[in-house]
Design a protein around this ligand. Sequence first.
Ligand SMILES: Nc1ncnc2c1ncn2[C@@H]1O[C@H](COP(=O)(O)OP(=O)(O)OP(=O)(O)O)[C@@H](O)[C@H]1O
Ligand SMILES: [Mg+2]
Length: 272
Amino acid sequence: MKAEERAGEPRRTNPGSTVTAAEEWTSVADPAGAASLLQVENLSVRIAGLHILQGVSFDVASSGVTVLLGRNGVGKSTTLRAILGLTPRNGTATGSVRLGGEQILGRPTHALVKAGLGFVPEDRCVFAGLTVAENLRLAERTDTPDYDLVFSLFPELSKRARQRAGSLSGGQQQMLSLGRVLLNRNRLLLIDEPTKGLAPKVVTEVAEALERAAQAVPVLLVEQNLAVVRRLAGDAVVIAAGQVAWTGPGEQLLADPALTKSLLAVNAAGGH
Ligand SMILES: Nc1ncnc2c1ncn2[C@@H]1O[C@H](COP(=O)(O)OP(=O)(O)OP(=O)(O)O)[C@@H](O)[C@H]1O
Ligand SMILES: [Mg+2]
């Protein structure tokens, strides 16, 4: 029996979302009985002789935001890239990554994107010389790009459609980067440090945008800013020394300053 069949009736990932009934996806029940959309098991990544991930296991919930945390250089981006089939040629990724119960580790990135994995990389990658509208048009992957969703989440993009992306603020560029991914139908968004290097006011704007995006699509978010984590996180997964060192409700992690400090070397009250 297929995992999807075991899960019974299709579930709505978010009852209040703009996702239509026809676009609903199924999730599977994990062994503990809770619904999870993505299951990472014993993921190991070696790059250029370095054993960066050494058996990482965690689940991503089928709604809301799951946050991936850890000190600088611990392997957070490496984790997202391995899930997406973007481990570099001089590296290997082994273990298991299941999306909706189906094994996806080792599949080519283009197939994973087609299967509904949306990626917003750390460097945003907007085309600075093109307009907002052109950036969006280049991101269309189907005949029915969801401009209604994107413009309802980010009205600023509609207002600035003719503006060159290079002249947008950092926060607006991040919204464009999110908007490009949200144009297409996604099962899960993987978003890498969207607030990195942004001014505090813009961080708040981006956090609001992420909060709205997560109402439409579940998110696996790498985020170092603990104020943003506090605002968005459902579950938190902390990587240390190549493995998952802690997992549980984000609130619980942030409520324990000693734990936060030991795992992340930051003060939970102040952010990062
Ligand atoms: N292509 C690569 N070649 C060699 N080493 C790499 C490569 N990619 C990542 N690494 C190394 O793997 C480790 C993990 O890197 P990664 O970028 O995943 O960390 P991170 O947790 O995302 O860090 P940050 O918080 O700085 O974004 C680092 O030591 C990094 O130098
Ligand atoms: Mg990183």
